[in-house]
Design a protein around this ligand. Structure first.
Ligand code: IVH
Length: 666
C-alpha cells in the first residue's frame, strides 16, 4: 500500500538522521560503521523520496551534498568580525620575542600549538544549529558567499548537535592523495593540472556549479569559534573541545604548552613530521590559550597580537641568473631584479627574484650567469640567498648600478641611508602606474578586475594616467568594448566594480593614496579620528601627533603630502567624481574614558554590565574582561570575585559603582 504523506516525511527524516550519522563517522571520525554499498542505498532512497516529494526538500538535507546548485556569480559577504591574518615567526628566536612581547602586556597564560593547514580560510555561520552561510576570507572585510560549495564538504555539519547560533572559522583544504588523483584524471582528459593542493582547493571553491565541488573531495578543519563576548571566558582548548562536540572536524595536531620553550619543541617536532601528514601544512600556529586575554593583548590592523605563525624553514633551490633589470616602485625606489632560469620552489614556478639594492648585490657579488641558491623569503617573495662561486666559468658579468631611471631617464638620487636609489621625478610613468595599482589593490579600494596587467595596458593606451581617471574609465566604455581582447561582459563587470568602490569607507581611500608611512592601521586611526578626508587634508602636525600610534615621522609625511597642491587636487577630483570621503565604521567618541581600559566585575545595582559597557564605550573607553597591567580601572560591584585581588596585586585603581556613576556623569 502506498505510504501517506506523514509516513513519507517520517521515512525521510529517519533517513536523514542515519545518513548524517554515517557521514560524521566516515568523514569526521574516520571510523565508518557501514559499507559504502549500504550507504549508497540509503542516500539513493532519500534522493528518490525528495525528488518525488519536493515539498519535503530542505537546505540541510544530506542530499544537498551532491551539489546541483549553479550560481550566476558570487555574492559579496561582509564579515561581522574581520578575518585577520597572522604575523610570522621565522625560527625559535622570533617565538621568544613574541613571548617577551606578550609577557609585557599580560601574565599568567598558556599556549596552544597547532598545525597551520595550507588551504584557504572560510567562515561558517550557523543559526539555530543549521548552516546558513559560508564565506571566503576575501580581503578580510569582505569575502564571497560559497555556501553552495561548502555544503558539499562532507565533514562540514549541515546541522549541529545543538541548536547553537554561532560563527566558526577554519581552513578548507584538499588532502594530498585527492589532489594527486584529481591531477591524474585531469591529465588524462587533457585538462590543465593544478600546481598544488592549495590551488586545487581554491579553484574548486570558486566554482559556480556546486557539482564540481561535490566531485572533488574537499575537506575542512575548524580552528576557531568567533570571538563573541559570550564565549570569551573559554580557553581556546575548551573552544576546540566544544567545536568537536558540536560535530566539527578539528585538527588532531593541537597541543597545550605552558612555556615558550615547550612551544618551540612542539613546533620543531611538527616541522620534522610535516611530510607525514595527509594534507599540506606550511607552519605552526601558536596562540594564547586564554581567550579572555585577547582583547587586552589586542590587534594590529592585520593580525591579532595573541597569535603568531611559525613558518617552516624555506626550501632552497639552485638556478642561474640570466639577466638583471631594474624595477621602479610606487615610491620611486629602484630595485634590481634577477631574471632566472625558471625553477620550482615551495609549490610554484619562479623566474624572478628580488636583489633588494646595490649593496645587497655587491656584498654577495651576484653576477649575470652565476649559479645561485634561491628561496622564498617568508615563503612568498623569491630571493637570491647566495652565489655558488665554485661553478664560475669566467663568463659572468659583474653587476653595475644604473645612474638614471629606466623609465623616465631622470638622474637617480640616493636615500638618506644611502642604501636605496630613488627616481625623484614626480611625473615618472613607473611611479604613476604603481600608484594606481596600489589604489585599486585588495587592501585599498579592492577593485576586482583592475590588477597589474589591465592597469598596465590601460595606462599604455592612455585611458588611465592618474588615480581619478579610474572613475572616468566609463567614458571610454564603447572604445573599450570595441577593443579586441575584452568581452562586453567583462568591461561591464569591471566598470561595475569601479562604481561600487565609490562607497568604500574613508580609510580605504586614504590608504589607497599611498602616502609614505600611512599603512592600513594608520589610515584607520586617522579616518576614525577625523571622520572625513578634508579634515585630514587640513590637519597640522600637532593635531596629528596627539593621536595614538601617530609619531612625528608619520605626521610630517601626511602634512608634506597634502602641502603639495597636486595631491589635494587628486582628492578633490575623487570627491567630485563621487568617491565617498567619510568614515563609515563605528565612531569612538572622545570623553572622560578616552584611551582608558576598564574591567567590570561583580553585580552593578543601577544598570546592567552591558549598559555600563555601552556607556563607557560611548565616552571613548574600552571594556575588557581580564585585568592586566594595561587596565586603568577595575569597577567592582557586589560579589566582585578574584579580579579585585588581581587589580590590587598589579596596583590598578579600583573604583566602586558610585565612582563609576560620577565619572559617567562628568
Ligand atoms: S588562526 C586571526 N589557526 O593561516 C587569524 N589559522 O596566516 C586566526 N590557518 O588566514 C587564524 N591553520 O587561513 C589559525 N590552526 C590554524 C590555522 C590557520 C591555517 C590559516 C588561516 C589564516 C592564515 C593566517
Amino acid at each position: 500500500m502506498a505510504k501517506n504523506n506523514d509516513e513519507i516525511r517520517n521515512e525521510i527524516e529517519a533517513l536523514r538522521e542515519k545518513i548524517e550519522r554515517y557521514d560524521y563517522e566516515y568523514h569526521v571520525l574516520d571510523d565508518p560503521s557501514i559499507s559504502d554499498v549500504e550507504y549508497d542505498k540509503l542516500l539513493n532512497r532519500l534522493i528518490e523520496l525528495e525528488e518525488a516529494h519536493p515539498e519535503f526538500k530542505r537546505e540541510d538535507s544530506p542530499t544537498m551534498r551532491v551539489g546541483g546548485e549553479v550560481l550566476e556569480g558570487f555574492k559579496k559577504v561582509d564579515h561581522d568580525i574581520p578575518m585577520l591574518s597572522l604575523g610570522n615567526a621565522f625560527g625559535a628566536e622570533d617565538l621568544r620575542s613574541f613571548d617577551k612581547r606578550l609577557r609585557k602586556a599580560v601574565d599568567d597564560f598558556t599556549y596552544m600549538v597547532e598545525a597551520k593547514i595550507d588551504g584557504l580560510a572560510a567562515s561558517l555561520k550557523y543559526e539555530n544549529g543549521r548552516l546558513v552561510r559560508a564565506a571566503t576570507r576575501g580581503n578580510g572585510t569582505t569575502g564571497e558567499d560559497i555556501t553552495h560549495n561548502v555544503r558539499t564538504i562532507k565533514s562540514v555539519p549541515l546541522k549541529l548537535k545543538d541548536d547553537a547560533t554561532l560563527e566558526v572559522r577554519g581552513e578548507i583544504f584538499m588532502p594530498k592523495a585527492s589532489f594527486v588523483k584529481l591531477n591524474e584524471a585531469r591529465n588524462e582528459s587533457g585538462e590543465s593540472t593544478f600546481k598544488n593542493p592549495r590551488n586545487a582547493a581554491a579553484g574548486t571553491i570558486r566554482q559556480l556549479d556546486s557539482k564540481v565541488a561535490a566531485r572533488r573531495d574537499l575537506d575542512m578543519f575548524v580552528y576557531s569559534l568567533s570571538e563573541a563576548d559570550s564565549e570569551a571566558s573559554m580557553t581556546h582548548e575548551a573552544a576546540l573541545g566544544y567545536l568537536k562536540k558540536l560535530g566539527f572536524k578539528t585538527n588532531p595536531e593541537s597541543v597545550k604548552a605552558s612555556t615558550i620553550e615547550d612551544v618551540i619543541s612542539h613546533a620543531e617536532r611538527i616541522e620534522t613530521q610535516r611530510h607525514e601528514y595527509p594534507y599540506d601544512i606550511d607552519g605552526v600556529v601558536v596562540k594564547v590559550n586564554e581567550r579572555a586575554l585577547y582583547e587586552t593583548i589586542g590587534y594590529t590592523a592585520k593580525s591579532p597580537k595573541w597569535a603568531i605563525a611559525y613558518k617552516f624553514t624555506a626550501e632552497e633551490v639552485v638556478s642561474t641568473i640570466k639577466d638583471i633589470f631594474f624595477q621602479v616602485g610606487r615610491t620611486g625606489q629602484v630595485t634590481p631584479v634577477a631574471v632566472m632560469e625558471p625553477v620550482e620552489i615551495a609549490g610554484s614556478t619562479v623566474s624572478r627574484a628580488t636583489l633588494h639594492n646595490e649593496k645587497y648585490v655587491k656584498d654577495k657579488d651576484i653576477r649575470i650567469n652565476d649559479a645561485v641558491n634561491v628561496k622564498k623569503a617568508g615563503d612568498i617573495i623569491p630571493e637570491v640567498v647566495s652565489v655558488i662561486k665554485e661553478n664560475r666559468t669566467g663568463d659572468e658579468k659583474p653587476f653595475e648600478m644604473i645612474a638614471s631611471c629606466p623609465k623616465c631617464d631622470t638622474t637617480l638620487k640616493r636615500s638618506d641611508s644611502d642604501l636605496e636609489h630613488f627616481c625623484p621625478n614626480p611625473e615618472c610613468p613607473a611611479k604613476r602606474l604603481e600608484t594606481m595599482i596600489h589604489f585599486a589593490s585588495r587592501e585599498a579600494m579592492n577593485i576586482e578586475g583592475l590588477g597589474t596587467k589591465i592597469m598596465e595596458l590601460f595606462y599604455n593606451e592612455g585611458y588611465l594616467k592618474t588615480i581619478p581617471d579610474i572613475y572616468r574609465l566609463h567614458e571610454h566604455k564603447d572604445a573599450l568594448m570595441a577593443r579586441s581582447g575584452f568581452g562586453k561582459k567583462s568591461i561591464e563587470k569591471l566598470l561595475g566594480n569601479i562604481e561600487k568602490s565609490k562607497t568604500n569607507s574613508l580609510e580605504n581611500v586614504l590608504f589607497g593614496l599611498g602616502i609614505r608611512y600611512v599603512g592600513q592601521k594608520v589610515s584607520k586611526v586617522l579616518a576614525m579620528h577625523f571622520k572625513e578626508m578634508f579634515a585630514i587634508v587640513e590637519a597640522r602636525e600637532d593635531d596629528l601627533v596627539r593621536l595614538e600610534d601617530i609619531g612625528t615621522k608619520i605626521a610630517q609625511s601626511v602634512v608634506g603630502y597634502f602641502s603639495d597642491d597636486k595631491n589635494v587636487r587628486t582628492v578633490e577630483a575623487l570627491r567630485d567624481l563621487g568617491v565617498n570621503m567619510r568614515y563609515k565604521g563605528k565612531v569612538l567618541t572622545e570623553g572622560v574614558f578616552s584611551g582608558k581600559t576598564v574591567v567590570l566585575t561583580g553585580t552593578l545595582s543601577s544598570m546592567s554590565r552591558k549598559e555600563a559597557k555601552e556607556r563607557i564605550e560611548r565616552l571613548g573607553g574600552k571594556v575588557t574582561s581580564a585585568v592586566s597591567k594595561n587596565t586603568d580601572y577595575v569597577c567592582a560591584g557586589t560579589d566582585p570575585g578574584s579580579k579585585v585581588q588581581k587589580a590590587q596585586d598589579l596596583g590598578v585603581e579600583i573604583i566602586d559603582e558610585d565612582k563609576l556613576l560620577d565619572l559617567l556623569d562628568e
